[in-house]
Design a protein around this ligand. Structure first.
Ligand code: PDD
Length: 287
């Protein structure tokens, strides 16, 4: 059986699923999204992703097309129909379809909603984590509301492409003061020379990563030192370890920044342990 997508109330063959040409998500990036990791067919970090979805929609004044319970049901049905155990669920909710006009349609139209599900090869993902990945840095050039998870991802896509062309897995944006904000699709962390975990604070213009937030809980529960304080690429080179977090990456060790090794240039014990602890937590709390 092939992949199935959900589009505006219907489950359809993924290969044939489509939205209208005047969907505002397509024309104006007037849409938000969420990505859940799937463990054994269950949605990871449910509370964090639902809360952020509601916040993103609220900031754009797009109504939730259905309540949390109904949405959970539809997401789980999409997972079931795709028979995926380990993978990612993508949800996009947009303002809807209306004749092109920058201002919001008045009267409002019903929001559009799309769900896709894809499988992940966990064995390959673990091998990637065991080897570690490289990142490049690139000047921060995004708008001022990166806290809203919109589909306006062109700077992120360009940064990721630049990374790929240099053989790196991720690009870290660096602001005008020289500090790393976050990755193109992940949050950025180091274990600094003193052994303190550091990641950018959420007053900065970054996405409030759900994985980041859960990992902060795990870190504190395990009595590790953590400081939500900016770091520079030079701090990353001088650090013991670095890693990225996200629904796709989970906790993924970084061994080089702009071609320069982080610490010993090898995957370190802290990132390895945190990856294991995060996955244990995600499995235990998935729904
Ligand atoms: N990206 N920062 C950015 C810019 C992101 O796009 C993401 C997630 C994160 C990490 O957030 P979370 O831990 O909630 O996944 C940080 C998703 C996975 C994506 O775009 O596919």
């Amino acid at each position: 059986m092939g992949r199935i997508a959900y589009v505006n109330g219907r489950f359809e063959r993924h290969a044939r699923a489509a939205v209208h040409i005047e969907d505002r998500g397509y024309q104006m990036a007037d849409a938000v999204y969420e990505v859940w990791a799937l463990f054994g067919g269950k949605l990871s970090d449910p509370e964090g992703h639902f809360a952020r979805l509601e916040r993103s929609l609220g900031e754009l004044k797009i109504p939730m097309p259905m309540g949390r319970r109904a949405l959970t049901h539809v997401l789980k049905e999409a997972v079931r129909q795709n028979r995926v155990r380990d993978g990612l669920v993508y949800l996009q909710i947009g303002r809807g379809v209306a004749p092109r006009d920058h201002a919001f349609p008045n009267p409002p139209v019903s929001p559009s909603m799309v769900i896709t599900v894809k499988a992940i090869d966990r064995v390959a993902a673990e091998a990637k984590a065991a080897a570690g990945v490289s990142v490049i840095t690139t000047p921060e050039n995004r708008w001022g509301r990166c806290d809203i998870k919109t589909v306006g991802l062109l700077p992120n896509a360009m940064a990721k492409q630049a990374a790929r062309e240099k053989g790196a897995a991720e690009a870290w944006f660096v602001d005008e003061l020289g500090f790393v904000t976050e990755g193109a699709s992940s949050n950025a962390w180091i274990v600094d020379a003193e052994g303190t975990l550091r990641t950018r604070d959420t007053n900065a213009n970054i996405l409030r990563g759900v994985t980041r937030n859960t990992l902060l809980d795990v870190i504190r529960e395990n009595g590790l030192k953590v400081d939500e304080r900016p770091f520079t690429p030079a701090d990353a080179e001088a650090a013991q370890e670095a890693f990225i977090t996200g629904a796709g990456a989970m906790v993924l060790p970084v061994i080089a920044v702009d071609g320069k090794p982080v610490g010993a240039g090898k995957v370190g014990p802290v990132a390895t342990r945190l990856r294991r602890l995060y996955i244990e937590r995600a499995i235990a709390t998935a729904i």
